[in-house]
Structures are given as C-alpha cells and as structure tokens.
Design a protein around this ligand. Structure first.
Ligand code: GAP
Length: 524
C-alpha cells in the first residue's frame, strides 16, 4: 500500500489528502519536474548581461491554506490570449457566439503540445494502453443505452420576468444542494432564490438535457435525429471488443482517445473553462471487478503528477471526492483533480469508477457478448472501467494560467509565461541584432530553417533586441538566439534563457544540438 493510499484510508478529510499529497509530490518533485536547462551553463560558454529580477506574486488576501491563484484577475489571461494570438472569440466579426472559442497561432501550438504530452504519458510510454479515434456522431441508441438521454441533465430555472436561464446549483445559496433537493419543485421558494440580474421570481427547476441534437441525412424528422457526443468515452466502449481482439490485449488494459465533445451548457463561462464545444482527453482502463478500487487509487496520484511534471504548481492542485448524491449516473465513485483557478477551486479532470455500467448496458441493449474470458482463471466477466477524463482545453488553460509571472526588471514589468519547454508554442526565436546587415539576417534565416527541421522556431526582426526578448518572454519561448556583428567574425551566437535571462555564447554549429538536448531534458 503506497503512503498516499494508506493516508486516504486512514482519513477521509480532503484537506489532509491534499496536504499529504503536496508533501509527497514536493519530496519527489526533482524526479517529476524537468530540470531547468540553464541550471548548469553550457560547457565552454561565458555569461553576459544578466538582467536583475524580482518576482512579484499575485497579491491577494487568502485564507492560510489557500495558495491563491497564479494570476489574480482572469482578465489578464483573457487579454494576453487575445493580444498575442492564443485564443480568440469564435466568429468575432459577427459579434461572437457564446461559449465557443478559437485557438490562434500560439494557442493551437500550446494545445497540440498539451495533447501530445498527454498521449506520450498515456499511450506512448505504456505497454498496457492503446489509442483510438472514434467518430463524433454515433448511433443514437448508444446515448439511450448509456443513460445520457435520460440523465445527462442539469437543473434549470428561468426568471419569469427577464427570461434569463440559470443552472440552479450555480446560484448563490444553492451550490451545495443534493441532486434530490435540486429537483424539488419547492426549493426556489424555500431558499428565497431570485434572479441575479433583476431580482425577478424564478421558476421551479426542470431537467435540461445538455446534448446537442442534429439530423442525419436530408430529412429533418425524429427518426433521423442524432447527437453530438457529450463525452468521448462511449466511442471507446462500443469499440472495446474490436480493440481488445485486434490488439490482443489481456486485462488490465486501457484505451485512450482525444477528441471533441459538445455540451449545451446552461451557464458556460470563465473564458475557455466551460465551453459548449471542447476537447476531452479520456482513457478507459478495463479491469477485473475486484481490482477496480485499487486501480482507481493508483490512477489518482499518477494523473495529478502529470500536471506537476509539466509545470503546474503542486499547491494549486487538490483532490475532491464527489458526495454520493452528486455522482454522475454512471459512477460508483468519482474524484476530481481540482486546480486553484482565479475564480476558485474547480474541476480540472475527473477520475471515475464506472463499474460495469457501460459495457453491461451495451451488452444488454445489443445482445453482443462484451465479456472477457480470463485464460489464467478461466473466469468470464464484464470488465469494470476506471476512467481518467481530462479536458484538453481546460488543461491547456491551466498550464497557461499557472505559467503566468510578472517580474520587476530594471524598474520595468516583465511578463513571462514560464511554460515547460515541451509545452511552449515556440521553442526558439532567432533574432538579428542588426536587421540592416544582410549577412546577419541571412545567417539568422539559415539557422531558423535548420532548427525548424526538428522544432518550432521563429524569426523576428520587427523591434530592437530588448523588445524582441520581452515579446518572446510573454509568449513563453524558452530560448532566444541572437546573431550580431561579432558572429560574422567568431562564428558564435548568443543563447538567452527565458527564465534566468542568462546569456551564453556558443559556436553557431552548437546552437541546434544544445537546444535539442535541453528540450529532450525538459521532456524526460
Ligand atoms: N467521460 C466522463 C466525463 O465526461 P466530466 O467530468 O463530465 O466526465 C471530464 O468531464 C472533463 O472534461 C472535465 O474534467 C473537464 O476538464 C472537461 N469538460 C467537461 N465539460 C466541459 C466544458 N463544458 N468545457 C470545457 N471542458 C469541459
């Protein structure tokens, strides 16, 4: 039994779990966190012009055990995202569309890197998990069988004056109601709840199904109605037998998938935190029923450690177990990994013990045999499922927020996105000290082209060098390479590190191998 498991069994206190986990993660942090590539200067290099820094943390008054957010105001991240090309409102020139966002030139790189890092940890580095890419539109009966048509609902109330609609459990005073209380027709009156916008009377709650519907084929009739998947998981369950047989997997094994999901959320918001179109990174682990509880507890710290491995501050992560009355219809047990967002502790990823709910129901509905025959024990059973369900957008958002730093450098504010280099949109920027010297510019282009064969490299000459460094800091580029007049004589270039701002001079021929070596270390 690992110390974390022992502690969980001994104490059900979420706070105790969190503190012990943070201690455990801190103790093992050196192995989880990639080393700072500039902790040891490059061999043979000299360091010039170190810029003085003082880090200023987000200043807010917090309860003693609240680490506080990395950035006090979400608007800081929203405006940086728009200004620098991470995230734009969808269809902006038409006035936008609520809760749908587009990823710009830097956002798409960040999100792709996050998805690659997840795939590496969940598929590439493991022998017991394989990948899948199932379709978004599935046979509509899948969603009846899975329970989503009947149960994938949120409690909706409507202001009878202004007609605004709210998710009841998000109204002040109703956050901690049980599922039964949330559907109680008297609950609004009993708690004296009013419309937050105009204090008008609110209707009794009703169930609102979150699935988007559309029609398949040329006739818009009920028989042609299909759903946009609200979770990627069902695509895995209906392919369970296909994958197990063709991959020749024995239990326990997992199937991982990254893809779009759609939910007609009643109250989306907080930028990309809750959207109507988003991506999930889900893994379904199929196990012998008796081992599901242990497997569940193994995945919890493993998934939390993944966020730490890629740079999220451990103190801003915690577990929260769902109360029995808040469990989703398919879950026997659920624990969220929560992150301390600027708007509070919120779910980042869910870990669920789904029992035999999904495979059992699909077997019953289709008459297809989805049992597993265990050759070792000659037993036959429907596997149980332990699911890890992360949001691709929510993870990228978290890495973006947690990387945000403001520092004082020579009396000026330097904004830095201190991404793990593996997640950074651009790994290296190649900058000419003098853009009017053709020989310098040519060398820069040649170097960028060479680097771009292996990694994301960018050239920029649109400002003076100090400004170019600040621009790259603000988008999280770990290394800048500058070619100057001396480079023409001595064949060397300056590499500047984003975090320490240290500069070293190395042979031009060494730039690419050194950058790739540091990148590989960050990935390890
Ligand atoms: N298959 C299980 C499942 O879908 P969930 O807790 O409803 O579980 C899993 O969702 C994850 O998907 C969440 O932890 C979150 O990261 C992401 N997610 C869910 N709804 C979302 C939304 N409306 N916008 C962005 N991400 C969302």
């Amino acid at each position: 039994m690992c110390s974390y498991h022992a502690m969980m069994t001994a104490s059900r206190s979420a706070r105790a779990w969190h503190h012990a986990l943070v201690r455990e993660l801190r103790a093992g942090l050196s192995s989880l966190r990639p080393p700072n590539p500039f902790e040891k200067p490059f061999a043979g290099g000299s360091t010039a012009c170190a810029e003085e820094t003082a880090v200023t943390a987000a200043k807010t008054t917090m309860p003693a055990d609240d680490p506080g957010p990395s950035v006090a105001n979400l608007d800081t991240i929203v405006s940086l995202s728009k200004r620098r090309g991470f995230i734009f409102p969808s269809s902006e020139i038409y006035g936008g569309i609520n809760a749908v966002w587009d990823y710009g030139q830097l956002g798409v790189e960040l999100k792709n890197n996050v998805k690659r890092a997840w795939w590496r940890a969940m598929v590439q580095e493991r022998t017991d998990i394989v990948g899948l890419d199932a379709s978004i539109i599935m046979a509509p009966q899948v969603w009846v069988t899975s329970g989503h048509v009947a149960n994938f609902t949120d409690p909706l109330v409507e202001c009878t004056t202004c007609r605004r609609r709210y998710r009841l459990d998000e109204l002040p005073g109703a956050e901690n109601l049980t599922n039964t209380e949330l559907m109680d027709p008297e609950v609004v009156d009993r708690l004296g709840l009013k419309c937050p916008a105009d204090a008008g009377p609110l209707s009794a709650p009703r169930r609102f199904n979150l699935m988007f519907k559309t029609y398949m084929g040329p006739v818009e009739e009920e028989a042609a109605q299909v759903y946009l998947r609200p979770e990627t998981a069902q695509g895995i369950y209906v392919n369970f037998r296909n994958v197990r047989e063709t991959a020749r997997k024995k239990l326990p094994f997992g199937i991982a998938q990254i893809g779009k999901a759609f939910r007609n959320e009643i109250s989306p918001g907080n930028f990309v935190f809750r959207m109507r179109e988003f991506e999930q990174m889900e893994m379904q682990y199929f196990v012998k029923p008796e081992t599901a509880a242990t497997t569940f507890e193994e995945w919890m710290p493993r998934r939390l450690a993944w966020y730490v491995r890629y740079g999220v501050t451990p103190e801003r992560l915690r577990f929260r177990e769902h109360r029995p009355d808040e469990l989703a219809h398919y879950a026997k047990k659920a624990v969220d990994i929560e992150y301390r967002f600027p708007f509070g502790w919120k779910e980042l990823e869910g870990i669920h013990n789904r029992g035999d709910w999904d495979l059992g129901r699909h077997q019953e509905a289709t008459g297809e045999n989805l049992e597993y025959f265990d050759p070792a024990t000659e037993e036959k059973y429907v596997p149980w499922i332990v699911e890890t369900s992360a949001g691709g957008d929510r993870a990228a958002f978290t890495f973006l927020i947690d990387a945000y730093r403001e520092e004082e450098v020579r009396g000026e504010t330097r904004v830095v996105l201190a991404f793990n280099p593996d997640l950074a949109p651009y790994k290296v920027a190649v900058l000419p000290l003098l853009k009017k010297r053709d020989e310098i510019v040519e060398k820069c282009h040649a170097l960028r082209e060479d680097l771009a064969q292996d990694t994301m490299a960018v050239y920029d000459d649109t400002a003076a060098i100090g400004k170019l460094y600040r621009r790259q800091d603000e988008i999280g580029t770990p290394w800048c390479v500058t070619i100057d007049v001396d480079s023409l004589e001595d064949g060397k270039a300056t590499i500047r590190d984003r975090d320490s701002m240290e500069q070293i001079r190395v042979d031009l021929s060494q730039v690419k191998p050194l950058i790739l070596e540091r990148l590989a270390k960050a990935r390890a």
